[in-house]
Write a protein that binds this ligand. Structure first.
Ligand code: R5P
Length: 281
């Protein structure tokens, strides 16, 4: 039985279609004081696969309620296509929590396994008290990029050295060359970004990142690559967080196309991670 989180209904339905499992019709209630409640009918003695991205505080409460509501199931497997708060993976200042640790412990309490998709920092999975796996959706993105990018030999870039593995997996599908962007801080609010080794002049460029949140990283990169004479710049991300006017920022910066997945709801065309998830189950 596939149990969808409210942010992941379409993806959960696609997973159910791929896996041949039934979709549970979750019921939602909101009380006058603002508290929420979910009901998960008919789950007793079956395997519950909860598919729920958690981009907000509310979706975390909903996920915890859903997991608890599944406690009569024979087995509970949780899939978090997008795990929110994974960027809070350490104390940045004294007195702060490690939020990813607190949430990892809470979510994994009483479940058999937790699956994430390109979680921002894979080491956060060590805090989950359950079997874990982190799926890589870049192969799926890569297939979509193959249909989108015109050049047979694009330059595939990550926005920083840390994300080079994402760019390498995309390049293994797309061909071309791979590099990462190097950011040099010029002043408090000015940065310069350029590829470490390669010249982008006259080339098609694909920038790959795990997520676009405010779009600051990606739009700055797109703008600078355009200035450096790139022929077309494509932006690819696994998680379309798209906070505030992120999509506008990307297109204003001159991006040719944004390629992303359905780990979160977005207004853009997406490539689905459903088969990746269904196969892993
Ligand atoms: C950072 O380490 C991440 O991989 C992304 O580059 C970052 O979170 C994107 O955020 P924004 O879109 O707000 O620049």
């Amino acid at each position: 039985m596939i149990v969808a989180g409210s942010e992941s209904q379409a993806l959960a339905a696609r997973v159910a279609h791929e896996s041949g499992d039934d979709l549970v019709e979750v019921e939602y209630e909101r009380f006058p004081d603002g508290e929420s409640l979910v009901r998960v009918p008919g789950i007793e003695d079956s395997r519950a696969v909860v598919v729920a991205s958690t981009p907000t505080d509310e979706t975390y409460i909903e996920l915890l309620q859903t997991i608890d509501a599944c406690s009569d199931a024979e087995r509970v497997d949780v899939v978090m296509p997008y795990m929110g708060y994974a960027r809070q993976d350490k104390k940045f200042e004294e007195g702060e929590p490690v939020t990813a640790r607190a949430l990892g412990r809470a979510v994994s309490d009483g479940v058999d396994s937790v699956t994430t998709v390109n979680v921002h920092e894979p080491s956060v999975l060590d805090w989950f008290d359950a079997e874990t796996q982190n799926l890589d959706a870049v192969s799926v993105l890569g297939e979509k990029l193959e249909d989108t990018v015109e050049s047979d030999s694009p330059i595939v870039l990550s926005p920083d050295a840390g994300a080079i593995e994402l760019a390498e997996s995309a390049q293994s599908v797309l061909g071309g060359e791979v590099d990462y962007l190097e950011k040099t801080r010029i002043s408090g609010d000015e940065v310069e970004i350029q590829p470490k080794e390669l010249s982008v002049e006259g080339r098609e460029v694909v920038i790959v990142d795990d997520m676009v949140a405010t779009g600051g990283t990606m739009s700055t990169a797109v703008e600078l690559l355009e200035e450096q004479g790139a022929e077309k710049v494509y932006a690819a991300c696994v998680h379309p967080v798209f906070a505030r006017n992120a999509v506008l920022r990307l297109y204003s910066a001159g991006v040719e196309e944004v390629v992303t997945t359905d780990t979160l709801k977005s207004g853009l065309d997406t490539v689905s991670v459903a088969s990746l998830i269904a196969d892993s189950l």
